[in-house]
Design a protein. Structure first.
Length: 155
């Protein structure tokens, strides 16, 4: 199923491609950075089986709204050091997150990587349906995730 393009975010970081790739596939790494800069990942919420058919999960604590944003999906393509493609479901319901229903509505996410010598590049693209005006907000949120990734990569 082809879904409409929503937005993309891309950056170069002054790290090796291996380090950048590891930041995206290591559950321990994701638990440190996979959220906007002003929020945090809920402890114990990250699972990342970066293989085709593998499950990924993360929950982001949003204390200002007394809630958590729960994300989960399955990898549909994994090309080590080059590309990750997965579905992405979203809920605010912890029971749905724990259940991770296979029939949950999903978006498609494509994450591309490239070695650029002294730097490595990553591009996150999201495809699917969002209410009018929501794609720019989602893109701004992902920009903040990428800011957080930069801080994580700096060590």
């Amino acid at each position: 199923m082809t879904q409409p393009f929503l937005y993309s975010v891309e950056r170069e970081y002054p790290v090796s491609l291996g380090d950048l790739w590891e930041a995206w596939v290591s559950p321990a790494a994701l638990s440190q950075w996979y959220c906007p800069t002003d929020l945090s990942v809920l402890a114990g919420s990250v699972l990342n089986e970066a293989t085709e058919g593998g499950l990924w999960t993360v929950a982001v604590d949003v204390p200002a709204y007394n809630m958590a944003a729960y994300f989960f999906g399955r990898y549909t393509e994994v090309v080590p050091g080059s590309k990750l493609v997965h579905t992405m479901a979203y809920t605010q319901d912890p029971e749905v997150f724990a259940e991770r229903p296979a029939d949950a509505p999903t978006h498609q996410v494509v994450i591309e990587f490239e070695d650029r010598g002294n730097q490595s590049w990553v591009k996150f693209s999201q495809f699917g349906e969002l209410p009018e005006g929501e794609a720019p907000r989602a893109q701004a949120g992902m920009e903040s995730y990428f800011d957080n990734l930069g801080k994580y990569l700096e060590g």
